[in-house]
Ligand binder design. Structure first.
Ligand SMILES: Cc1cc2nc3c(=O)[nH]c(=O)nc-3n(C[C@H](O)[C@H](O)[C@H](O)COP(=O)(O)OP(=O)(O)OC[C@H]3O[C@@H](n4cnc5c(N)ncnc54)[C@H](O)[C@@H]3O)c2cc1C
Length: 409
């Protein structure tokens, strides 16, 4: 039995394959009727599932090919961020942003529009400048930024084929310090989110506002004050979920460190988050954040029944067709739930009803209940993506139930 990381999805695949070369992968893909790639399995939705063959690229050579002159790295698609980023750092380079955990595969993260935080930081897929894809016949093709189909081929939900390599834009390595502030008002959210390179706000929807704000600064920025907007800087390391060991988190308290050891919340060697949970997340236009927070606050008692913690982040607009931030600077409203789908799903429906006036887009990799018509209406470029799927996968080899539901042929 193969499951996702959370254990809430038992994959329907008849087999999980682990090729060790591109040639083996080609043979597998060409000979299979239905096949999907599995990243590190950290999605909570059935996005990676298939009734055919599931294939992990984790056994392929761990290529990280840095082109210092071009400022790019071409990496094997099976690699996880935690395997790629130290090698980039050693060579003097960085990625602009990272998600909350280094445990996820780069290709799997980019396929669902995974993001970190920062008003000026795009989703992780915005660092991709080229995608090498294996099509239904096993042949490889490369789609580069500037090609007509590029914007539909990065956040592609695994539907265009097996991504075998990604080229990522690099920038010079940089240092980051993170502080945790405690006790911020809901009304100060926009100011706090705009105050540093990457900021996350955490709330249990119990008190007057945010229990914690995690402020990640470039280490060249001036140290923030000990008291700020009525909040106090924590004097010890914190975890955002009550009762979980703070040692699982990347160092706080302003201790300087490399970008890849501070931008994620969690350390690679430890379980990220709680390990027993479900997650949901919705992107709304950033300008709607104050109203969306008030709408959620109005149903706080329902949310709190099944909540472990909520996180609010910001993501800059991009032009990737299925990106959660496509065409709009966004605020991301995240919920870590108890691992009880029966109890959580009615609350997910209540959250979706509360934020519906703000045209929410659900995270493709998390739990949501919105109707297919509503979901597809939220992405203006989805009809073009449907055409792209029809063109590159006419027999539906890479389709699955989730694509059939939200992006029907
Ligand atoms: C503890 C925890 C924290 C999280 N934090 C964040 C966060 O900070 N921000 C955020 O946005 N999300 C977050 N997520 C969600 C997670 O990042 C996404 O669901 C992400 O897509 C998971 O990547 P993965 O490698 O596990 O992909 P999987 O779940 O394995 O697969 C996701 C999709 O990618 C496709 N795919 C994978 N590899 C390939 C390939 N080689 N070629 C083609 N398609 C491929 C799969 O078919 C599937 O459609 C978190 C999840 C967990 C469990």
């Amino acid at each position: 039995m193969v499951t996702n990381w959370a254990g809430n999805v038992v994959f329907a695949a008849r087999a999980l394959h682990r090729p060790t070369s591109v040639a083996q992968l080609q043979e597998l893909v060409a000979g299979s009727e239905r096949i999907r790639a599995l990243g590190s399995g950290h999605s909570f939705s059935r996005i990676a599932d298939t009734t055919g063959d599931l294939v992990t690229l984790a056994g392929l050579p761990p290529v990280v090919d840095i082109d210092a002159a071009a400022g790019t790295a071409t990496i094997g698609a099976g690699l996880r961020y935690g395997e790629v980023t130290p090698r980039l750092h050693e060579a003097g380079f960085a990625l602009p942003n990272l998600g909350s955990l280094p445990h996820i595969a780069v290709a799997g993260a980019c396929a669902t529009g995974t993001h970190g935080s920062g008003n000026d930081n795009g989703a992780l897929a915005t660092a991709v400048s080229a995608v090498e894809l294996m099509g239904a016949d096993g042949e490889l093709r490369t789609v580069r930024r500037g090609d007509p189909d590029f914007a539909g081929s990065v956040v592609a939900l695994g539907g265009l084929g097996i991504v075998t390599a990604l080229t990522l834009d690099l920038q010079p390595a940089f240092g980051v310090r993170q502080w945790v502030y405690e006790g911020l008002a809901l009304g100060d959210a926009e100011e706090v989110l705009a105050s540093a390179y990457s900021v996350s706000l955490f709330t249990y929807w119990e008190g007057d506002g945010f229990e914690q704000a995690w402020v990640k600064q470039r280490d060249t920025d001036p140290e923030p004050p000990a008291r700020w907007l009525g909040a106090t800087r924590a004097d010890a390391q914190r975890h955002m979920v009550r009762g979980v060991d703070p040692g699982h988190c990347t160092p706080q308290l302003g201790e300087p460190g490399a970008w890849h050891e501070r931008l994620p919340h969690f350390r690679l060697a430890f379980t990220p988050s709680t390990g027993e949970e479900l997650q949901s997340e919705y992107f709304v236009p950033r300008a709607a954040l104050p109203d969306a927070l008030r709408a959620l606050d109005a149903i706080r008692d329902r949310i709190a029944q099944v909540l472990l913690v909520s996180e609010i982040r910001t993501v800059a607009a991009d032009d990737l067709w299925l990106s959660l931030a496509e065409g709009r600077d966004s605020a991301a409203l995240h919920f870590t739930w108890v691992p009880d789908a029966a109890a959580v799903l009615p609350v997910v429906a209540a959250v979706e009803a509360a934020v519906e006036p703000f045209a929410p887009r659900p995270h493709w990799g998390k739990v949501f209940g919105m109707s297919p018509a509503t979901v597809s209406g939220r992405w203006p470029r989805l009809p073009e993506f449907r055409k792209l799927l029809a063109e590159h996968d006419p027999a539906g080899k890479f389709r699955n139930e989730m694509l059939d539901r939200y992006v029907p042929a």
